[in-house]
Design a protein around this ligand. Structure first.
Ligand code: PLP
Length: 393
């Protein structure tokens, strides 16, 4: 089938919730993708921070092939080796002592929101309120949508979940003032992704930790986009010197296979007892085998060092374009970078796609760069040759 045939098939049969580009990808390897017409693209988007290891990473492919040929599903009435190994690996590499496995980012955040509510009900004196932040993105289920601090996602879906309040992002005094007797937790992205690659002041997360400790709250970090090596550390909270009580992961955790995880301490995990939460496909052996392979590769110190080095190069290339095509500001960390324009970014994204480079625009004017972490210097420079041409003057 050609691109055009696949596009018209989708238009005739799919619910139209996505604003898709008229391209159908059929194959990927490393930082390259090919569409149905045989055209090659360089990938600076990594499937929205999913393909952190590039497309078809050999260790993930081998793990999936082996697990699918062994057995694919058991149900959570039983134990499996891949799920046990993945939870152990997540605990070994983070603050976490307990993990709940699920299938997506929204589901991981939903689990976190339910966990802190139940912790408030059982150990927190009946407290229930969750403070989230403006500009955030936490998912599309009703709870996570409520915690998503962007009006445009709420339109037409009210009434939303009670007991969730939004506070300006990056603003410690506002968060401090917002805490009240009912508050049980703060939910925050260490770096906001969809909101426009927003980096808070360096004392923000430590300040939230201290606030949480003072007021007996739980601190929940959503690392679904910024975690798993993206910022040059395995987890973004590691840049800040603090540890959270709960961390949510998804996207890159499965190396391209759908998975989510809600990671927490042994103390907080006691709020969930048998029967209080669950998910049929959570901990699925194929997803977990992929997760073990992906997390092992993502935790490699050499890869994380590479992200810091290549991220600095990528950022310098962006900084050098400041003032061109309305490019006003560059921000981010590692290989999670945003370039804010003084105009809408969609036309640049489209021109890049036509020229064979995949980039993204979020929050209308922020060009977002989330390349595979394995990207080489030569690939960065190849992409910038296209980007510079298409950015305009
Ligand atoms: N949290 C953050 C920070 C995200 O970036 C996203 C998705 O972009 C989500 C949650 C929701 O994840 P999912 O689309 O897997 O439900």
């Amino acid at each position: 089938m050609t691109n055009a045939e696949i596009v018209s098939l989708a238009a005739a049969h799919e619910v139209g919730v996505y604003r898709r580009q008229p391209v159908a990808f059929v194959r990927g390897r490393g930082c390259e993708l090919w569409d149905a017409d045989g055209k090659r693209y360089l990938d600076f988007f990594a499937g929205l921070a999913v393909n952190n290891l590039g497309h078809c990473h050999p260790a993930v492919v081998a793990a999936v092939q082996q697990q699918t040929a062994t057995f694919m599903h058991a149900s959570n009435h039983y134990h499996t080796v891949p799920a046990g190994e993945l939870c152990a690996l997540l605990c070994r590499h983070s603050f976490a002592e307990r993990v709940f496995l699920c299938n997506s980012g929204a589901e991981a955040n939903e689990a976190a929101m339910k966990l802190v509510r139940r912790w408030g009900a059982t150990q927190g004196g009946g407290r229930y309120e969750i403070l989230a932040t403006t500009g955030s993105f936490h998912g599309r289920t009703f709870a996570t949508l409520t915690a998503t601090g962007q009006e445009k996602y709420h339109t037409g879906f009210q009434p939303l979940l009670p007991g969730v309040r939004l506070v300006p992002y990056g603003d410690l005094p506002s968060m401090t003032a917002a805490v009240r007797d009912e508050t049980v937790a703060i939910l925050v992205e260490p770096i906001q992704g969809e909101g426009g690659v927003n980096v808070p002041p360096s004392d923000y997360l430590p300040g939230l930790r201290a606030l949480a400790d003072r007021r007996g709250l739980l601190l929940v970090v959503d690392e679904i986009q910024c975690g798993l090596g993206r910022t040059g550390r395995l987890f973004a909270y590691e840049h800040t010197g603090i540890t959270p009580d709960v961390m949510t992961l998804a996207k890159a955790l499965g190396g391209g296979v759908p998975i989510g995880a809600m990671c927490t301490t042994a103390r907080v995990a006691t709020a969930f007892t048998p029967g209080t939460h669950g998910s049929t496909f959570g901990g699925n052996p194929v997803a977990c085998a992929a997760g073990v392979a992906a997390l092992t590769a993502l935790a490699d110190p050499e890869l994380l060092e590479h992200v810091r080095t290549i991220g600095a190069h990528f950022r310098a290339r962006l900084e050098a374009l400041r003032g061109r095509g309305g490019l006003r500001e560059v921000r981010g960390a590692g290989l999670m970078l945003g370039a804010e324009l003084d105009r809408p970014g969609a036309p640049v994204v489209e021109r890049c796609l036509t020229a064979g480079l995949i980039i993204n625009c979020t929050a209308e004017r922020v060009l977002r760069f989330l390349p595979p972490l394995v990207i080489t210097r030569a690939e960065v420079d190849e992409g910038f040759a296209i980007f510079e041409r298409t950015l305009g003057t």
